[in-house]
Design a protein around this ligand. Structure first.
Ligand code: PTJ
Length: 249
């Protein structure tokens, strides 16, 4: 691949693509992860490649949910590892939360590589390598999980999720926090808290709010959770999008 000049107006976007492409060659990202990224990229472009206030509100409530949790888990797939491994490890260590590798296109080799990448970025323990349980109602490999991890988690952060597992986790009674640039996806619609933002920006924003809220009273955190209306926030996200597109037309 030819080096991307810093002066290129799309430098960051092109560097991100390069990162994913390299991660695919190294066996971290599944080839369809590149397609998934393209869909996310299109939405990001429409949002102006920035964290909109509605996304930051969701990031704040997500931080509150993670801080209130008894057994919070951050689920990691290939794209998330390629784009935000260090940031996820940092977030997990500050909550503290567990990290679990969970893949749609699961191979043991890829699980091992992603786990090794998380360890290289400072993770002390990574779950999901030897699954001991299944999420009920799912007939694909995303059902595979660890008893001490996702299976018994009360709050699960799922960046770039598929709708089926999101629904199955909700059916198990868990609080699901999704990071998804597509506000219309089933995942975005089904999750308890949806952060409509790029995982690259969203994970550091959740980390920021974890630091801000760490000293807050439990009652304050619970109030944030109980007053959160995910459907209303998604409506505001769509209103933002439509206003932005109108202003550009
Ligand atoms: O590593 P694996 O095997 O678990 O596979 C991971 C992918 C992403 C390939 C798999 O989960 C998949 O196919 O996902 P979907 O169903 O295509 O959903 C991906 C969602 O994430 C879409 O709604 C995209 O808009 C969104 N998305 C893509 N890139 C980003 C994103 N959301 C936030 N940040 C991104 N960078």
């Amino acid at each position: 691949m030819k080096p991307i000049p810093l002066s290129h107006p799309r430098y960051l976007s092109l560097k991100t693509r390069e990162k994913l492409s390299n991660a695919m060659k190294r066996g971290i990202v599944h080839e369809t992860g590149l397609i998934a990224h393209g869909r996310g990229e299109a939405f990001d472009y429409l949002f102006g490649e920035t964290t909109i206030p509605e996304a930051d509100d969701a990031a704040k409530v997500a931080a509150a949910a993670l801080l209130c949790a008894r057994n919070p888990v951050i689920s990691i797939n290939g794209n998330v590892a390629a784009l935000a491994a260090k940031e996820c490890v940092q977030l997990a260590s500050h909550i503290p939360a567990k990290l679990e590798v969970n893949l749609f296109h699961r191979t043991q080799e890829r699980v091992n590589k992603i786990a090794a990448m998380l360890c290289k970025n400072g993770a002390k323990a990574v779950y999901g390598i030897n699954p001991t349980a299944r999420i009920p109602g799912l007939n694909h490999d995303r059902a595979l999980c660890e008893k001490e991890g996702i299976f018994t988690a009360d709050v699960v952060l799922v960046p770039l999720e598929d709708g089926d597992r999101c629904q199955a986790l909700r059916t198990m009674g868990k609080t699901v926090i999704a990071i998804d640039l597509n506000p219309l996806s089933r995942t975005a619609q089904v999750a308890n808290i949806t952060i409509v933002d790029n995982v690259i920006r969203a994970v550091p924003r959740v980390y920021h709010w974890v630091q801000e809220l760490k000293g807050a009273k439990q009652s304050e955190l619970e109030k944030l959770l109980h007053t959160w209306n995910n459907g209303k926030n998604l409506g505001l996200v769509l209103a933002f999008l439509s206003k932005r597109l109108n202003s550009l037309s």
